[in-house]
Ligand binder design. Structure first.
Ligand SMILES: Cc1cc2nc3c(=O)[nH]c(=O)nc-3n(C[C@H](O)[C@H](O)[C@H](O)COP(=O)(O)OP(=O)(O)OC[C@H]3O[C@@H](n4cnc5c(N)ncnc54)[C@H](O)[C@@H]3O)c2cc1C
Length: 305
């Protein structure tokens, strides 16, 4: 390994994964190459059983299709704040309407402050990613016709890369703390960064092979733990996915509903005990500190992007 600090305590990690039912293996050299079809990575923990890669857009759309008739969904409905009414009721005010309820679950992640909850100790980060065209049959054979995979870096700012079942490569190798959203031209610069990352792994792929590039926000915390709480009577909120929101967020959503319903469980207790997002200094000190920290992390992850 060129930087052994990137993957430490391998045996402990394998034991932990196996203890929760995963079939985990440490891979290096040729076996790792045959798993991924690229020699970019030098060591990894391969994890199967109980792990699955999912297509998040399909997953969310599937959930929408499966909603019971008792649930009414309002898409594209911006909530501008919550208002306390009499008898414990809460009103969610929107641009084009309002909804009143006895209980409100706020699951806005990076956008939580839009509901008026300003003290979640979370902050927004902006990430960008690209997806290539499908590999040709010849390209796919050349990388060993490997099974679809997903690679997560052990460094917080390292790249997430996937080979999808329809043989595209997806790369997310930027994550930034910013005061303004990325403009179209700034996103084009991030796209060049994606191209560099692609070429380090699959030299035959270039800018012309990227079909989609996009940017989005996630909610981060200083400690890496979520904000998960009963904010006040009838108002419950979760934020601070720290980048693993699709899997953990699904669990948090269920547990938040259980908390609001008065259902207790060891899992809920465990999540509530861990939900300490950590103190954030006031701005502009926080802005300066966050930007510096991101730069340090980017340097630490430089062989991983
Ligand atoms: C480029 C990128 C790559 C990522 N890659 C991965 C990955 O590989 N694996 C992984 O697990 N996670 C990944 N993530 C993180 C993942 O997307 C998030 O953790 C996940 O989407 C969090 O889900 P959520 O429902 O909590 O929040 P979100 O998906 O952010 O949903 C928040 C919702 O709130 C809505 N909203 C905002 N403001 C308002 C308002 N005022 N009123 C009403 N609604 C509002 C938004 O429209 C949005 O639908 C990635 C994120 C990005 C940006």
């Amino acid at each position: 390994m060129s930087d052994p600090g990137k993957l430490t305590q391998v045996e402990d990690k394998l034991q932990t994964l196996r203890a929760v039912g995963a079939s985990a293996h440490f891979l290096q050299g040729e076996p790792l190459y045959h798993q991924l079809g690229t020699r970019h990575y030098q060591a990894a923990i391969w994890c199967g059983n109980g792990n699955a890669l999912l297509q998040p857009a399909k997953y969310v759309k599937g959930l929408l299709d499966a909603l019971p008739a008792s649930v009414t969904l309002y898409e594209n409905t911006d909530i501008t704040g919550l208002e306390r009414l009499s008898q414990g009721r809460v009103r969610a005010n929107g641009v084009a309407g309002r909804i009143e309820a006895q209980q409100v679950l706020v699951c806005l992640n990076a956008f939580i402050s839009r509901s008026g909850i300003d003290d979640s100790a979370t902050f927004a980060m902006e990430l960008s990613a690209s997806l290539t065209r499908q590999l040709t049959d010849a390209e796919y054979q050349a990388i060993g016709a490997v099974e679809p995979w997903g690679v997560l870096s052990t460094r917080p700012l390292g790249a997430t890369v996937r080979l999808t079942p329809d043989r595209r490569v997806m790369i997310r190798n930027t994550a930034e703390y910013r005061l303004r959203d990325l403009s179209a031209s700034e996103l084009r610069v991030r796209r060049e960064h994606h191209v560099l990352g692609l070429q380090r792994r699959f030299p035959f792929l270039g800018a012309q092979d990227i079909q989609y590039t996009w940017t989005g926000h996630l909610s981060a915390t200083r400690s890496g733990q979520a904000f998960f709480d009963r904010v006040e009577e009838g108002v419950f909120a979760v934020a601070g996915c720290n980048g693993s929101g699709v899997a953990r967020g699904t669990l948090w959503g269920r547990l938040l509903a259980e908390l609001a319903s008065g259902v207790d469980s060891p899992l809920l207790q465990s999540v509530m005990q861990r939900a300490e997002p950590g103190w954030l200094p006031p701005r502009p000190f926080f802005d300066i500190g966050a930007m510096l920290r991101m730069r340090v992390e980017a340097v630490r992850a430089r062989t991983e992007i």
